[in-house]
Write a protein that binds this ligand. Structure first.
Ligand SMILES: CC(C)(COP(=O)(O)OP(=O)(O)OC[C@H]1O[C@@H](n2cnc3c(N)ncnc32)[C@H](O)[C@@H]1OP(=O)(O)O)[C@@H](O)C(=O)NCCC(=O)NCCS
Length: 209
């Protein structure tokens, strides 16, 4: 488990050792790991985020790719979520080059399911950066923040059964899957091939970070 270092310094200039560092900037902290900065969204993120949202590889397990306006609206909603809850899906950039690569973070889903209310942990990264452990690294910092700072009692994550990459990230965080929790996503019509979802849960004492 990583020791936490708390700092009020700007995220980019903190964290000189190998520990994850949480840099508190007002009510919405940035999270810094060895290779990543998780931060609030900036206007310059719109173009690379729209590119990612129309990439067939990234959106393989979603019902639709997003248009540019839909992608921008997504960012607006995430920022509104930060304002409402004090946490959200953090824009994620590489620490060295400051390249925007996607998001990793927390959200409060709004649909009817047996496991509501809950806080979900989720991620979406540019395919150019897959397979280097970046999602897991960022998600570990988010889990740490969720349990040690926000004191959340539990996290969930869900996806379609075929999304093995995402499921692997969940497993590496210590999340567990009980098939009895699997559910049909109510926002997708009956018969939709992506309707069935697997649910993973994480309690603080099982978290690997
Ligand atoms: C899911 C996602 C964030 C993972 O990002 P990433 O940085 O590549 O993740 P990591 O490198 O930390 O871990 C990926 C794991 O999946 C494994 N993996 C990769 N391809 C795989 C495949 N086809 N089948 C099974 N496992 C696979 C990797 O080997 C790795 O596990 P390991 O560390 O045990 O080797 C990224 O693939 C993504 O953005 N996907 C599209 C968006 C999405 O589906 N988001 C989740 C919605 S719930």
């Amino acid at each position: 488990m990583h020791a936490l270092k708390w700092s009020s310094a700007p995220a980019a200039s903190s964290g000189s050792d190998n520990k994850d560092t949480l840099s508190l900037t007002g009510a919405s902290p940035s999270l810094t790991t060895d290779r990543l900065i998780l931060r609030r969204w900036q206007p310059a993120d719109c173009i690379p985020f729209a590119r990612l949202n129309r990439d067939l590889r990234v959106m393989e397990h979603f019902p639709n790719r997003l248009t540019r306006p839909q992608s921008n609206l997504f960012i607006e909603r995430v920022e509104a979520h930060f304002e409402q809850h004090g946490f959200g899906l953090w824009a994620t950039e590489l620490r060295g080059s400051r390249t925007f690569i996607g998001f990793i973070g927390l959200s409060v889903p709004h649909f009817e399911a047996p496991f509501m209310p809950c806080v979900e942990i989720g991620w979406r990264l540019s395919a150019d950066h897959w397979g280097r452990g970046l999602a897991t690294e960022g998600a570990r910092a988010v889990v740490c923040y969720a349990f040690e700072f926000l004191k959340l009692p539990a996290l969930v994550s869900f996806t379609v059964p075929a999304n093995t990459r995402s499921r692997r990230v969940m497993e590496k965080l210590g999340m567990t899957h009980d098939p009895a929790d699997d559910f049909d996503h109510p926002k997708l019509i009956e018969g939709h091939p992506l309707r069935r979802h697997v649910l993973y849960r994480l309690a603080p004492h099982h978290a690997l970070y």
